[in-house]
Design a protein around this ligand. Structure first.
Ligand code: AVJ
Length: 314
């Protein structure tokens, strides 16, 4: 684990255009910062998707074509704190749907917390958490011939480049059977004055979230990044629909990383790419689905039309 971190940091900072993988945001401190982000007034994504789950639950159920008398597996990739999913589970449970809820996450800590909350708040729901990476676990679920509904919410797919998203979708499609469904939550392409503040909040929490990467390198790899010598600078283009976060050097400087036995130089104004947050529309999604067996069956929007939950069918 540690070696991958070390190698990934080395590779990213040695590249001509410096980059650090956003997956390393999520240590204990990063998890807590992300919860704060979801509660920020500027971060509309979570509120918009919650609006869909809370107010259009029957539309979701209808779109998934599930019925109370036919058992199915409800699988969630990267469940997080499960606040949105709980709205759906409540309605399914109250209407006596027969199903098992299978949250999958790489973090066993996150899964344990989710399981204890859900068993308390939704005692009638069967929950079977699985720890591991998505495709390992999905592969192990392939053997069961029960109908499957896979939730991939929160615009988590937005962290992938289009090429990565295409191969993710191909892999996902491969572990599903005909008629299985995917509920895919994506942030929609919209004007810059709405998107940018979500990644550049007034309270500076998103800055801390990005800078947590430098803190991790300092403490885990014995480095001497001076955080005062960098600033946080997200960018967004409504034309491409891609938001990107950068950490920018305020001066010409050198940073020593002892664990790598290396010194890295940063020019004044040089950018380190830290995250891609892709926004979608029908065309972008269709192009990502084009070589898979998944197609768009329906689409649900929040009241502000900021966010979409697409129902895909194999
Ligand atoms: C969890 C990947 C959906 O890209 O909006 C929030 C992460 N980054 N603020 C996103 C994030 C900065 C988030 N996703």
């Amino acid at each position: 684990m540690k070696d991958t971190f070390k190698n990934d940091i080395d590779k990213g900072l040695s590249a001509p255009e410096k980059t650090l993988p956003s997956k390393y945001f999520y240590d204990k401190i990063g998890d807590a910062l992300f919860i704060k982000i979801m509660n920020l007034p500027e971060y509309y994504l979570t509120k918009a998707e919650f609006d869909i789950f809370k107010n259009q639950t029957q539309h979701i159920i209808k779109g998934l074509k599930i019925s109370p008398d036919r058992y199915f597996e409800l699988i969630e990739l990267g469940a997080g704190d499960g606040t949105k999913t709980k709205e759906l589970l409540k309605v399914l449970s109250n209407n006596n749907y027969l199903f098992k809820y299978i949250p999958i996450d790489i973090s066993s800590n996150a899964l344990e917390q989710l399981e204890s909350r859900f068993t308390e708040e939704l005692p009638a729901v069967k929950i079977a958490p699985k720890q591991g990476d998505y495709f390992h676990v999905l592969d192990s679920l392939k053997a069961s011939k029960h109908p499957k509904v896979v939730l991939f919410l929160g615009s988590n797919i937005g962290n992938l480049t289009d090429t990565e998203a295409e191969s993710f979708i191909t892999n996902l499609s491969a572990v599903l059977n005909t008629n299985d469904k995917v509920l895919l939550g994506v942030d929609l392409i919209k004007p810059e004055h709405i998107v940018l503040p979500a990644y550049n909040d007034k309270a500076g929490i998103t800055k801390d979230f990005n800078f947590n990467l430098l803190n991790r390198i300092n403490s885990e790899l014995d480095a001497n990044f001076n955080l005062d010598h960098f600033y946080h600078a997200p960018e967004y283009s409504e034309t491409t629909g891609v938001a990107q976060s950068f950490i920018v050097s305020k001066r010409d400087q050198e940073v020593r990383i002892e664990a790598l036995n290396k010194t890295f130089s940063f020019r004044n104004g040089e950018k380190i790419h830290t995250e891609t947050s892709r926004k979608y529309n029908d065309d972008v999604l269709r192009s990502i689905l084009k070589n898979s067996k998944l197609t768009i069956a329906s689409k649900l929007l929040d009241s502000k039309e900021y966010f979409a939950d697409y129902i895909l069918v194999k």
